[in-house]
Design a protein around this ligand. Structure first.
Ligand code: AP5
Ligand code: ZN
Length: 215
């Protein structure tokens, strides 16, 4: 199953992708997670990316295209892939098509998770994350024990880019550079809209109804 999970910052891509990866046994490939891993490890790539990420700007295309090409070549992608946060620009989408053609794993569906702007800001302002990859929301998806990860027991923290001014910049970057891909994939007949407002479980079951067709 070859899937792109598309949508603005805070739409719930990461939240859904974690469960979908378990449900369909395909790897969840989040470029945001890969970049943050590099920032944490202090790699050259991480040092370059951090400046853009802290400002809410996109990291340059050539960096992302290299990352995704290497990641898709790994053996766990043989049964398929669930891309989250990539592509975000037309050059990234064109590069993806070329990479996928080369490895013979064409995209089957692009799920566009739709959520209104003000809801996105509320979600991101209240998000708490864990180094293990889990993500919570103070109000909408709280951990059992305040500020402690249910999965691993570590202390939760807020992402550096989840400050309101940076969130607004991320939304602007999305509108300017990423949103045009909705038409790009519509024209290719790959786009399916998902109503992203409402309970996390309901969004999940709506997505599964679509993805079950590609099993
Ligand atoms: P990235 O990590 O990809 O961030 P993003 O796209 O801004 O997405 P988020 O992780 O913020 O949101 P999400 O949709 O995953 O929402 P989540 O599930 O957490 O990218 C970060 C940065 O890296 C970029 O700004 C850029 O600099 C760089 N980058 C990454 N990829 C790049 C690329 N391809 N090109 C260039 N640069 C790139 O949910 C959000 C919150 O809402 C959580 O608290 C969650 O609990 C809650 N929530 C989820 N669903 C619901 C629901 N149904 N109801 C209520 N609350 C909900
Ligand atoms: Zn954890």
């Amino acid at each position: 199953m070859n899937v792109v999970l598309f949508g603005p910052p805070g739409a719930g891509k990461g939240t859904q992708a974690k469960e979908l990866a378990k449900q369909y046994q395909i790897p969840h490939i989040s470029t945001g997670d890969i970049l943050r891993g590099n920032v944490r490890d202090g790699t050259e790539l991480g040092k370059e990316a951090k400046g853009y990420m802290d400002k809410g700007e996109l990291v340059p295309d050539e960096v992302l295209i290299g990352i995704i090409k290497n990641r898709l070549a790994e053996s766990d992608c043989k049964p398929g892939y669930l891309l989250d946060g990539y592509p975000r620009t037309t050059p990234q989408a064109d590069a993806l098509s070329a990479i996928l053609e080369e490895i013979g794993m064409p995209l089957e569906v692009v799920l566009n998770i739709d959520v209104a702007d003000e809801e996105l800001v509320t979600r991101l302002c209240g998000r708490y994350v864990c180094t293990c990859g889990e993500s919570y929301h103070m109000k909408f998806n709280p951990p059992e024990k305040e500020n402690v990860c249910d999965a691993c027991g570590a202390e939760l923290y807020q992402r550096d880019d989840d400050k309101e001014d940076v969130i607004r910049q991320r939304l602007d970057s999305y509108k300017e550079k990423t949103q045009p891909l909705i038409n790009y994939y519509k024209e290719k007949g790959l786009l399916v809209d998902i109503e992203g407002t409402g309970a996390i479980d309901r969004v999940f079951s709506d997505i599964c109804k679509i993805l079950d067709q590609y099993k």
